[in-house]
Write a protein that binds this ligand. Structure first.
Ligand SMILES: CC(C)(COP(=O)(O)OP(=O)(O)OC[C@H]1O[C@@H](n2cnc3c(N)ncnc32)[C@H](O)[C@@H]1OP(=O)(O)O)[C@@H](O)C(=O)NCCC(=O)NCCS
Length: 165
């Protein structure tokens, strides 16, 4: 059972904080629990994400337990922030934590466009991105190691100009 005392979507005391190198071991454990082995990152990749000044690396905590993580890499030369990874502990999914993390990166991003890649079969993630108005802009064939295609999704944070009347 999760240690949380809240019920349904009312997770008590959820905190979103910047992740640092001290979190690397817990981030690696979270990743192992949330992703299939083929998609898991190595510990040194989390270390690099947490240490990079261009990366918005955020952890979600409930009662001091690390239950979510997101990393958004602000790539100025490409004009967008890439969501490198997002994961919520399986015991805490469907309680609004993934949505909170993604919205937080959007708020903190210095760049006006967000981009991400997602497996075509990853319905929970696709639903999350659609809910937050990410559009499919491309398909990258055999992007993943096992040959699955990726959708490339984007969201513009700047308001679109009104249509001419
Ligand atoms: C994708 C993921 C981060 C979502 O996190 P979460 O905290 O469970 O998502 P939330 O509770 O914030 O859900 C927000 C919205 O996403 C959609 N969603 C999330 N999980 C869903 C599911 N299992 N089925 C359908 N829709 C889902 C819903 O639209 C939901 O809004 P709603 O609750 O109002 O219907 C989580 O499922 C996860 O960690 N998956 C494994 C790692 C992964 O695949 N990461 C994405 C890589 S691209």
């Amino acid at each position: 059972m999760p240690a949380d005392t809240g019920t349904g979507r009312n997770l008590t005391g959820l905190q979103i904080e910047r992740a640092g190198w001290r979190d690397v071991r817990k981030l690696t454990q979270l990743d192992r629990r949330s992703f299939k082995p083929i998609d898991a990152y190595a510990w040194y990749e989390f270390f690099a994400l947490c240490m990079s000044r261009s990366v918005i690396a955020l952890k979600a905590l409930s009662a001091d337990r690390l239950i979510g993580f997101i990393a958004g890499d602000q790539r100025r030369s490409e004009g967008h922030t890439i969501i490198v990874t997002i994961a919520v502990d399986p015991d805490y999914q469907r309680r609004g934590i993934g949505e909170r993390l993604l919205r937080e990166v959007e708020t903190r991003s210095a760049l006006p466009r967000l981009q991400l890649m997602v497996r075509q079969s990853n319905l929970p993630a696709l639903q999350l991105y659609r809910k937050l108005n990410y559009d499919i802009v491309d398909t990258w064939r055999r992007y993943y190691e096992d040959g699955e295609d990726a959708y490339v999704m984007e969201k513009s944070l700047t308001p679109q100009p009104p249509l001419p009347t």
